[in-house]
Design a protein around this ligand. Structure first.
Ligand SMILES: Cc1cc2nc3c(=O)[nH]c(=O)nc-3n(C[C@H](O)[C@H](O)[C@H](O)COP(=O)(O)OP(=O)(O)OC[C@H]3O[C@@H](n4cnc5c(N)ncnc54)[C@H](O)[C@@H]3O)c2cc1C
Length: 595
């Protein structure tokens, strides 16, 4: 029996009929839980499997709408604009149990709820995260009163409307109490919308808008931070960085930081600390703040078996966003099905996140990034056509954000987005302007001389081939510059030259010529006994003052592994190899001399 001790009064559709079936239990029917339930429902044999979804809430909220509710903007004004019956988002075949999850016994595969125990064969945990008002001294008792509000959950967002509407002058402060938070761009979006809202009301010049944040700027990722900070500056939005909130003094309307600084407000829009579910912590599965110890690539729990995590309740280091839950769902579902079939889970999740950032005046920006690549400029999702602009304001991006509401209910939650070819779950570089990639930018500044190897072994013309080969093997090098009696470079002997000499082909001269021209194959070279007969001339060289981007282009175009660095007199002064360039990604390049 998969269910124990639950009250008998179930809604008719939720009665338990097939106890002999295997049970996948999904905890949470928010974004992640609903997507996984729907995707599994499409893929699992319903004669064999039961999908059970547990949630304590009666409603599913489209949380991105909470951003607009306080301002009553773009059609978001009432509860009905973003709330729906929670069961309406789930597959009809799934069993929904409305109860609170207290803990998970991963050894005996049971979930303890406030209505009894539920057994599972496989578990997907999508319990999200919540605003922990008690974590900040003075916050819980004043929330919704004395000008203290948040837009991070629906009831609070609705409660902010009268105070915002009444505000004609004074200080509006948006404060991020602590990290991590879900949708980390939402606070700066709120500031941008406040600027627009008060401008429309004709009182913007009487209202100070300040974003107070524990970050060093408007956002965590440097590229996005640069762009967002500039927009904030243009809109006369103040940013108070590195402010770790200690307490809210509602009586004096001030915020106090652990560092001893103070910020005054008339109206406070606070983002309280976001904690992971207590149930995860109660079960010994969390990191101390309720976030589950999740493998960042397979999305399995790091210690417990038969258990996947998706969405805001993981501790993986990407944004907590609905888009992330959507991209994660593909990995979770694929791996779950693989494990059920006895195969290993694959490390396919790359931290992919994308989010629109409303900037007011019917405009928005779009970010697309993952664990390894920070937001870049360019077009999305198609190169040249977009239609969305990355890291730039546009009306089309705003339309994307507004359209996302429809997509959320009709495609994302029903698990249909993975079928859209332009939205792969892994990030790609299509449409991205690579010149805005920090590594590429660095390669445009760092000079060859900064990272080349200076001790270069050379051989004089006339050196016997076997002596040259011995030298290359002894020093574990793949090429040898050949110099004349004035020590000037005349050629380079490479491993490829040796291979070419050993690859005796009986192709005709014409075929050889076609191979060289069309397939860029090397001419067959054999016959001599010294380096002069085999070496490549003229060698491709570079100067130490050239930037790495030039070297990368040369190496890529000519398919070579090393470049010889020469001075004005054609003396060899260094070698630049592919591993030197890979150093750009390992940090070695960053220590090199920049222009
Ligand atoms: C103001 C705001 C704006 C946002 N804007 C965007 C945006 O533009 N783009 C974007 O991609 N994301 C945005 N997000 C974030 C996005 O909404 C969340 O990241 C996403 O909903 C996470 O999905 P989830 O399934 O992890 O959690 P949720 O959708 O929060 O679902 C968690 C579910 O678990 C249930 N639950 C929790 N604890 C228990 C328990 N103990 N027992 C039973 N049930 C429980 C809850 O009732 C809830 O239904 C925004 C969020 C906010 C607050």
């Amino acid at each position: 029996m998969p269910y124990h001790g639950l009250p008998e009064r179930w809604p008719a559709t939720l009665t338990i009929e097939r106890h002999d079936m295997k049970n996948i239990v999904i905890l949470g029917a928010g974004t992640g839980g609903a997507i996984v339930a729907n995707m599994l429902n499409h893929k699992l044999d319903q004669k064999e499997w039961t999908i059970t979804v547990i949630d304590k809430a009666a409603e599913h909220h489209y949380q991105p709408g909470c951003l607009f509710i306080p301002f009553k903007l773009y059609g978001y004004e009432t509860r009905e604009d973003i709330a729906r019956d929670i069961t309406s988002t789930l597959p009809k075949a799934a069993k929904f149990i409305k109860s609170e999850v207290m803990s998970i016994d991963h050894v005996n595969k049971k979930v303890e709820t406030n209505r009894g125990l539920i057994e599972y064969d496989w578990l997907v945990c999508a319990l999200g995260c919540h605003c922990a008002l008690d974590e900040v001294e003075g916050l819980a008792e004043t929330m919704g009163k004395n000008g203290v509000h948040t837009f991070y959950y629906l009831d609070a967002a609705l409660a902010m409307q009268p105070d915002l509407e009444a505000m004609q002058s004074g200080k509006l402060v948006i404060d991020i109490a602590d990290m991590p938070i879900k949708c980390p761009v939402a606070p700066i979006e709120f500031a941008f919308l406040a600027d627009y809202y008060f401008d429309m009301k004709g009182v913007r010049d009487k209202i100070d808008i300040t974003l107070v944040t524990p970050y060093s700027g408007a956002f965590t990722k440097p590229n996005a931070n640069r762009v967002l900070t500039k927009i904030a500056w243009e809109k006369h939005i103040n940013i108070v960085p590195n402010f770790s909130l200690e307490r809210v003094d509602a009586k004096n309307r001030t915020l106090h930081s652990y560092e001893g600084s103070t910020v005054e407000y008339d109206l406070l829009s606070i983002i309280p600390p976001n904690l992971g579910p207590q149930a995860i912590e109660n079960s010994g599965l969390g990191d101390g703040t309720g976030y589950a110890l999740t493998d960042p690539k397979t999305l399995k729990h790091r210690k417990a078996n038969c258990m996947y995590f998706i969405g805001d309740n993981t501790n993986v280091s990407t944004s907590k966003a609905g888009s992330v839950a959507h991209f994660e769902a593909e990995t979770v579902v694929e791996n779950l099905l693989r494990e059920i079939e006895g195969k290993k889970a694959r490390p396919t999740f790359d931290g992919h996140a994308n989010c629109y950032i409303e900037s007011g005046y019917h405009k928005a920006l779009l970010l697309d990034f993952n664990y390894d690549v920070e937001p870049l400029e360019g077009k999305f999702p198609m190169a040249m056509f977009g239609p969305f602009e990355l890291l730039k304001e546009s009306h089309m991006n705003h339309m994307g954000k507004i359209m996302f509401d429809w997509i959320y209910w009709n495609m994302l939650l029903p698990g249909l987005l993975p079928m859209v070819p332009l939205l792969p779950s892994q990030m790609n570089f299509i449409g991205k302007d690579m010149s805005t990639h920090p590594k590429i930018q660095q390669s445009q500044k760092v000079k060859v001389g900064g990272i080349m190897t200076r001790n270069v072994i050379t051989v004089p013309e006339g050196t016997a081939l076997n002596a040259a080969a011995t030298l290359m093997a002894q020093h574990n090098i793949s090429s040898l510059p050949v110099v004349d009696q004035n020590n000037k470079l005349t050629g380079v002997l490479t491993e490829a030259d040796f291979l070419s000499s050993l690859n005796i082909r009986d192709d005709s001269a014409i075929k050889n010529m076609f191979n060289m021209i069309l397939h860029r194959k090397r001419p067959a070279r054999h016959g001599g006994t010294t380096v002069d007969s085999l070496m490549t001339t003229p060698p491709i060289t570079i100067r130490e003052d050239d930037v790495l981007q030039v070297a990368i282009r040369l190496m890529d175009k000519n398919r070579i592994k090393r470049l010889i660095v020469t001075d004005d007199d054609n003396h060899v002064i260094g070698i630049l190899s592919r591993p030197d360039l890979i150093g750009l990604f390992t940090g070695k390049g960053s220590k090199a001399n920049a222009a």
